[in-house]
Design a protein around this ligand. Structure first.
Ligand SMILES: O=C(O)c1ccc[n+]([C@@H]2O[C@H](COP(=O)([O-])O)[C@@H](O)[C@H]2O)c1
Ligand SMILES: Cc1cc2nc[nH]c2cc1C
Length: 336
């Protein structure tokens, strides 16, 4: 499928046109939920999840049969500043690992019955170092958004957008600071595990990036501070909305990319749920700013879509209960 935008302004327009959920399906799902063989609200958040899912799928009794995990990989010019515990070549090496099924996310996607696709975005062409120049041109960021958009299978029924990109927690911290304000140190964390010196360098890099660029427009924040994989995740999450495919957000980098959409068009993340709380320090701040409550908190800080893939298991459980359980009448169980 070809992305319905060729410029940032057209992308903005697409976001502004997004439809809401099917209110009839939500009402039907609420009604069904009330008849299932359990005390009222005994399945807690699973009940809300199933009703939310039903609304986006447009049926009161949905199924999850075709979840799609997509991992987007890209490289970052800002790595030259010494902001990661690992060298940039690890990005391409991990892509090979994904392709051979050897990464954590391969196992999690398999465990929860998801197809997994890997998309590289010009790995040999890192973005510009954002302390010196905008990370991407208009054309580059639009191309990355479109790559993400086009990667989504319209026939899938859940999207997990994950990423791999050495240096990208620096990019995500800078974007989060540009979108929500606060100081660089509020948003910078240890990523793959930088030491105290590395953390101080990273904080300075983010502060310099924020000082250099006019990021009052969220899409400019993405272009000037982002990476191609962040733009691709934003494009994929926007495409999911277009196709009425609920999406599960992953960790700090994925949430920063998604936040660009919400800041561009309020409500743009209504079809998403926060899969987990990452151990990257500022993820909590970012989720709070977006008023998102994560499904899981397992101290993961891996990326790749791993936390969201685990949360897919929770969502599948919620939908299976909702659509598969018997009603009080069907089971002959006495209602209250
Ligand atoms: O998802 C997260 O919250 C997360 C937190 C810390 C690190 N990561 C992963 O680690 C890489 C970025 O870390 P860094 O230190 O190179 O900026 C990138 O490949 C991410 O997938 C991911
Ligand atoms: C080994 C490794 C695997 C990853 N997966 C996502 N980010 C990563 C970063 C590193 C360094």
């Amino acid at each position: 499928m070809t992305a319905p935008f060729a410029t940032l302004e057209e992308f903005r327009h697409v976001l502004s046109q997004a439809d809401g959920p099917d209110m009839g399906a939500i009402a039907g799902a609420r009604d069904r939920n009330a008849q299932l063989t359990k005390p009222p609200a005994a399945l807690g958040r699973l009940e809300e999840l199933a009703i939310w899912y039903a609304g986006w799928r447009g049926t009161d009794r949905p199924e999850i049969a075709n979840p799609q995990v997509i991992v987007f990989a890209a490289n970052h010019g800002v790595c030259a500043q010494g902001v990661s515990a690992f060298p940039p070549e690890v990005t391409a090496q991990m892509v090979e690992n994904f392709q051979h099924g050897g990464a954590a996310v391969n196992q999690l996607a398999n465990t929860f019955g998801a197809r997994m696709d890997v998309h590289t975005l010009d790995l040999d062409l890192p973005t510009q170092d954002f302390t010196k120049a905008p990370a991407m041109s208009d054309a580059e960021v639009v191309l990355a958004l479109a790559t993400g958009w086009n990667a989504v299978d319209p026939a899938s029924d859940v999207l997990v957008a994950g990423e791999m990109g050495i240096g990208n927690t620096t990019s995500a911290a800078a974007i989060a600071a540009a979108l929500f304000g606060g100081a660089a140190e509020d948003w910078v964390g240890r990523g793959t595990g930088v030491d105290d010196e590395g953390l101080a360098r990273k904080t300075d890099v983010v502060a310099r990036g924020l000082a250099l660029h006019d990021t009052s427009d969220p899409l400019d924040a993405l272009r000037c501070l982002g990476g191609r994989e962040l733009a691709a995740m934003a494009g994929a999450i926007a495409a999911a909305r277009h196709h009425r495919i609920p999406a599960i957000l992953d960790g700090f980098i994925c949430t920063a990319a998604a936040a660009v959409l919400e800041k561009t068009a309020e409500g743009a993340l209504d079809h998403t749920v926060a899969g987990h709380l990452s151990d990257e320090l500022a993820h909590k701040r970012l989720l709070d700013a977006l008023e998102l409550e994560p499904l899981l908190a397992l101290r993961l800080r891996l990326g790749e879509g791993s936390g969201a893939a685990l949360a897919l298991g929770v969502l599948k459980g919620a939908v299976a209960c909702h659509s598969g359980m018997a009603t009080f009448a069907e089971a002959g169980v006495t209602d209250s």
